[in-house]
Structure formats: C-alpha cells, structure tokens
Write a protein that binds this ligand. Structure first.
Ligand SMILES: Cc1ncc(COP(=O)(O)O)c(C=O)c1O
Length: 393
C-alpha cells in the first residue's frame, strides 16, 4: 500500500524533533552532528536565536497579505540584496525551482520584447541541477530527471561539462541565455574555474547572450563570499537564489539587472506567497548577518580548518576517499566507494552528510559551525571510514 506521504524520497530511518546549532536530536535524545544543514539551507544552524526572534516577532504581527499590497519586509530584503549584489531588482519565490521558472521566463521575454522572439534557447550543462519543475528538469535534461515526464518543455540545449568548443558551437541566433551553477551542487561539488566564468561572461557579451547564474546552493555565504561568482569578479544578468537565503524558512529569489528584467512588467509574473512577510523578515535577518565581512572572513577561516582536517582524513583512508574539492563550506569528498555507503556508515557514527553525483560526499555545514564541531565531524567520518575498511579495523 502506498504510504500517506508520496514515496518520492528514499528516506533514512531517522526523525529529528529538535535542533540547536549544528546538532539535531531524535525523540529518544540521541544527538547527531549535522554536516548537511538541510542540504545547504540552515546557514546559521538550527534554531538560530536571531532567526527565531525575527520569525516569532513577525509571526505575532502579520503573516500574509498577498502581493496586491506593499510589503515593507519584502522591500527591505530586496533593498539589501540590490545593495549587496550586481542586481537592480528582485522577485521573491518560495523555492529554487520557482526561481528557475522565472529566470527562464525572464530571459525569453527579454528577447521577445527586443523584437527577437526566436531567441528562446537556454544552454545548460551536463550534471546541472536546477530543481524539479517542468522547466527545471528540461534544463537538467538527464535521463534520471526527465524519463517518463514528457513532453518536455522545449528550448534547452545541453552541453558537456567543460566542453568549451561544444559551448561555442551551441550558441546561435536562437540562443537566449546560458544557465550555469558557479559551483555544481547535486552534480558533485564541481566549481567552474574562475577563468571559465570570465570566459562565459566574455562569450555572452560578444554574442549578446544573457548569463544566468544558479546560486541556489552555492550562494548566501556558502563559498566564503556572499555569492560564489564574486570569486571570479564577474556578474550575471540574472541570478537564482534560494536555500540559504531563508536560513530554513522556504524562500527564494531571482535577482536581475534592470536591462535583463525589462520585459517583466506588471501582470507578467506572480506568486501568492512569494515574498511574504514571514519569509522576508527571516531573510532580512540572514542577510544582515551574512553580509558582515567578519562573518564571511570567519567562513573562510573555518573552511581552511575543515579542508586541512579532510586532507588528513583522505591520507588516512586512501581506499575510501581520493580527494576534496569545492570552495568555502561547500566541500565534496570524492569517494572510491559508493558515497551512499559512507553516508550510511556515518549515520552509525551519528553524523549527517549528503551524497551527490560523481561519487561525491557533500559537507555543507552551518556557516557558523565551531572548529570543535568540525573536528568532531572529521573524527566521526574517520570512524565511519574505518568501519568500511574491515581489514584495517
Ligand atoms: C543549484 C540548485 N538549483 C535549484 C535547486 C532547486 O531548489 P528547490 O529544491 O528549492 O526547488 C537546487 C536544489 O537542490 C539546487 O541545488
């Protein structure tokens, strides 16, 4: 018999009833160290006092009014995002996949209004993940994502990861935009090298193509800069954000330049809940904290500490791990065995990690995790790896 929750997830037999910082607790009081942060969401950890205060204060005042009216909390968060990024304007969504929908609509509408309605194609990359809506699965294009869900939304062109020639060849008079994650998340923590992001920007400038960055997973301080593309000193025309921006409250956004957003006039897009007072009150507090240069400096220092510990772990378990990659606190341990087995062995050590494609185990902790908790996480990973090496145990 089908479960009352639609069984689209292979869930671990674990349920948590409370969280604090980087720790989660089950009903019987067992504590788990959380190096996944709800898949790169809880940037300030669980039950962060500042976010609890922002949410409860707003909850006591006003939850929802709809976008028929001005929403001061939404205006404040939009101003914060504009002030701290390339963008001139922001639309709020409730998730990353909704941000993908708007990014695609915005790019197509841009060219339609410019009198080039044939420019509809969006170029994406192998291994990409942009969400589970119809546009997002068509954007990803992999068999795993799209099989059985046709007919697919047309107009997506897929290029191999790192295939510069293929990318150049894919751009033509029908191209509207290039859509890329500066650091692929689900694809296995694959950062796009800075010079490639620069090259992409140049290519877009010379061909008049819009550049869309998906920073749903790598944005909001995760890589040690507010947005990952800042490392390469390039800016997109449109950017998708979600996950970390709400610190655990469902919130997403599309940021854009005035030019790229020029087609999105009144009546062209909407969302009942997007940008509601609750989400924006929390998002405003997250932004206040993560835009502090001292906070980002601390993320980079923590990342250096964790990476060094992981190098030691890899050296100690060459049959399990083969390397670490990523940026900031968005790290991937390339495994020599199935990462799902490492995730399972880590559960036995009361440690939460997240698998990804390309045989990678993701570590995406809260951005304010302590050094002691990171050291403890690596010690638990060490125990998990030892359990997977019976001859050495
Ligand atoms: C890069 C990227 N884009 C988009 C999404 C989709 O976000 P959501 O699950 O909030 O729809 C994800 C989710 O993992 C993601 O990692």
């Amino acid at each position: 018999m089908i479960s009352s929750v639609l069984p689209t997830y292979n869930r671990a037999p674990l349920a948590f009833v409370k969280g604090e910082g980087s720790w989660l607790e089950t009903a019987d009081g067992t504590r788990y160290l959380d190096m996944g942060a709800g898949i790169a969401v809880n940037v300030l950890g669980h039950a962060a006092p500042e976010l609890v205060a922002a949410l409860t204060e707003q909850a006591g005042k006003l939850w929802h009014v709809s976008n028929l009216y001005q929403i001061p909390e939404q205006q404040k968060l939009a101003d914060q995002l504009v002030e701290n990024s390339f963008a001139d304007t922001v639309f709020f969504t409730n998730s990353g996949t909704e941000a993908c929908e708007l990014a695609v609509k915005m790019a197509r509408k841009y060219w339609y209004d410019k009198g080039q309605p044939e420019r509809v194609e969006i170029i994406t990359f192998e291994g990409a993940f942009h969400g589970r809506s119809s546009a997002a699965i068509a954007a990803a294009g992999s068999e795993k994502m799209v099989k059985g869900f046709g007919p697919l939304l047309p107009g997506f062109v897929h290029v191999k990861w790192g295939d510069h020639e293929g990318l150049r060849a894919a751009i033509n008079e029908r191209t509207a935009a290039i859509l890329i994650e500066p650091v692929q998340g689900e694809g296995g923590i694959r950062p796009v090298p800075d010079q490639c992001l620069k090259g992409l920007r140049d290519l877009c400038d010379t061909t008049g193509t819009l550049l869309i960055f998906d920073e749903v997973q790598c944005g909001v301080g995760r890589t040690g800069r507010l947005f990952a593309h800042e490392w390469a000193s390039v800016t997109p025309d449109i950017m998708m954000v979600a996950k970390g921006i709400g610190g655990g409250f469902p919130l997403g956004a599309v940021l854009a330049t005035e030019e790229a957003a020029s087609g999105m006039v009144a009546g062209t897009h909407g969302s009942t809940y997007g940008g509601n007072p609750l989400g924006c009150a929390v998002g405003g507090k997250v932004m206040e904290i993560v835009t502090d240069p001292a906070f980002l400096d601390a993320v980079n220092a923590k990342a250096g500490f964790l990476r060094q510990k992981l190098e030691g772990l890899i050296a100690a378990h060459p049959d399990v791990f083969e390397g670490v990659r990523g940026q900031g606190l968005m790290l991937g341990l390339k495994c020599k065995i199935a990462p799902a087995d490492v995730v399972k062995a880590a559960y036995a050590e009361k440690l939460l990690t997240v698998p990804a494609a390309d045989n990678v185990l993701r570590l995406l902790p809260a951005l304010n995790i302590s050094e002691a908790d990171m050291a403890e996480a690596v010690a638990r990973l060490d125990a998990a790896a030892s359990a997977l090496e019976p001859t050495k145990a």
